[in-house]
Design a protein around this ligand. Structure first.
Ligand code: ZN
Length: 474
């Protein structure tokens, strides 16, 4: 046997046969804002797994989600398209009422091909395991996955994902996993000092905190801004925005502490998953870890995430490892978008013949991606009824270089300079009115809503209850 044929045999291919497509692990750490992770410069030690993965691959420092919540962002990740093109968002012009038996949202366009469909057509085995119930198969986001299931918590989700790694099947694998530990409610982890210090405060909460404290099924206390203030029916986060609830600065610090501690828990879940991935002999395969959106902790007097387009909710992490295909230990500052992962994974799987325009392999090889960075968020009539002035407008986010314009459908455009103000706290449009107006015009011209794809779904009681617990249904 010559050296060449030996190498071909070792690589599992013989001469003319193409190499076996890689197994792909795609993980969404739901609700993780990049700047709250140690690997992105945060002071808390909460992202060891991402740091280790970054050493084996590429960390993207500047990643923008195209939407501000689970539904539009996951649909973008699965289709490579922004929310105004794929349809899965919240269009306030159609039904947005939720009741005991039905839930309505605009759905993902059923004609659009998804990552799972495209890889399945190329011979992949496809499985999706998620904790977030918006990924329940009957809602349509996981279309194309042969196996798609949701679970009550991340422990169950990780266990199911690990089981998928043990299946004896010759086909390449696409394994999608969504973990939800960072999503509210924020919990008190006993073993994490910066979280445990707040236990006594939760047990005897001050007036600002009392409406948000809830007792989990196992008896532990947590903090949830979805909880209503007294008998008002108004969520605590919206009451605070409207000035009906006073959350002091130390209250915001408490929320951040508990969130940071939930990120530690998330990192431990990721460790179990990556250990199993490597333990199953897949250390040379493709792994991508990202998030669908971030979370507010007081910026613009907002909490949680929903219907706006500032950095705390759009800035997400992204680490991609593909040993042998992309370099190890690289940190890239090029601005990229969450949905760029879609064409990138198609390219790494070998199912496209030409390099896609938005493949992340371009910046990895030194070629900048062209075009603006964009996002969109739609107003919420249902929630706007709760808090005066909040979520009554929809927004276009359009970034060129370090300048971002935020264009409300009805209000006055805002302008931000990310180089001086990365979290977008200081509107400089009054000092640069012509620049803001010109960018706003380009935003309106290029971010164009498609027709509504509204749907009204009958859901079972359990799904309704889970969506209610997550704050999607009042
Ligand atoms: Zn989410």
């Amino acid at each position: 046997m010559t050296m060449l044929t030996l190498l071909a045999a070792l690589a599992g291919c013989s001469g003319s046969e193409p190499p076996r497509p890689p197994d792909i692990l795609l993980v969404v750490l739901d609700t993780v804002r990049a700047d709250h992770l140690a690997v992105y410069g945060h002071s808390r030690d909460n992202s060891r797994q991402l740091a280790a993965l970054a050493q084996a691959g590429v960390l993207f420092e500047d990643v923008t989600a195209p939407g501000a919540w689970t539904w539009p962002s996951h649909a973008s990740l699965f289709t490579g398209l922004p929310p105004w093109q794929h349809g899965a968002h919240q269009n306030p012009e159609v039904l947005i009422t939720a009741s005991e038996t039905a839930w309505s949202k605009d759905k993902l366009d059923p004609e659009l091909p998804t990552l799972a469909e495209q890889l399945a057509a190329a011979g992949y085995r496809t499985e999706a395991h998620a904790t977030n119930d918006l990924l329940a198969p009957e809602l349509g986001l996981t279309r194309g996955f042969a196996v798609a299931k949701t679970y009550d918590n991340d422990v169950e989700t990780v266990a199911a994902a690990r089981a998928a790694l043990q299946v004896d099947d010759p086909r390449p694998l696409l394994l999608f996993v969504n973990l939800l530990n960072a999503h509210a409610p924020y919990t008190v982890a006993e073993k994490i000092p910066f979280a445990a210090q707040h236990q006594a405060t939760l047990e005897a909460p001050p007036a600002w905190l009392a409406p948000m404290v809830r007792t989990e099924s196992e008896g532990a206390l947590s903090v949830d801004p979805d909880q209503h203030v007294g008998e008002t029916g108004v969520r605590a986060d919206m009451a605070w925005h409207a000035g009906q609830l006073d959350i002091p600065e130390e209250g915001l610090a408490l929320l951040r502490d508990l969130y940071d501690s939930d990120l530690v828990g998330l990192d431990l879940g990721l460790k179990e998953l990556l250990d199993a991935w490597i333990g199953s002999g897949r250390s040379r395969e493709v792994v991508a870890v990202t998030s669908d959106h971030g979370e507010y902790f007081g910026e613009h007097r907002l909490l949680q995430h929903c219907c706006t387009t500032y950095t705390p909710v759009l800035g997400v992490p992204l680490v991609l490892a593909a040993p042998g295909r992309i370099p190890a230990g690289l940190r890239l500052s090029d601005p990229v978008q969450l949905q760029d992962l879609h064409p990138t994974l198609l390219e790494l799987a070998g199912v496209v013949t030409e390099r896609p325009a938005r493949s992340l392999l371009r910046p990895i090889e030194g070629e900048p991606l062209a075009g603006p960075i964009q996002a969109r968020a739609w107003r919420s009539v249902r929630w706007a009824q709760q808090a005066g002035g909040l979520y009554t407008d929809s927004y276009r986010y359009h970034r060129e270089g370090e300048r971002v314009v935020v264009v409300p459908d009805a209000g006055v455009p805002q302008l931000y300079d990310l180089s001086a103000d990365p979290m977008m706290l200081q509107d400089i449009a009054p000092q640069h009115p012509e620049e803001a107006a010109a960018m706003a015009e380009r935003a309106r011209a290029s971010i164009v809503d498609r027709e509504s794809t509204g749907m009204l779904m009958a859901l079972d009681d359990e799904t309704i209850q889970k969506l209610r617990e997550m704050g999607y249904i009042d």
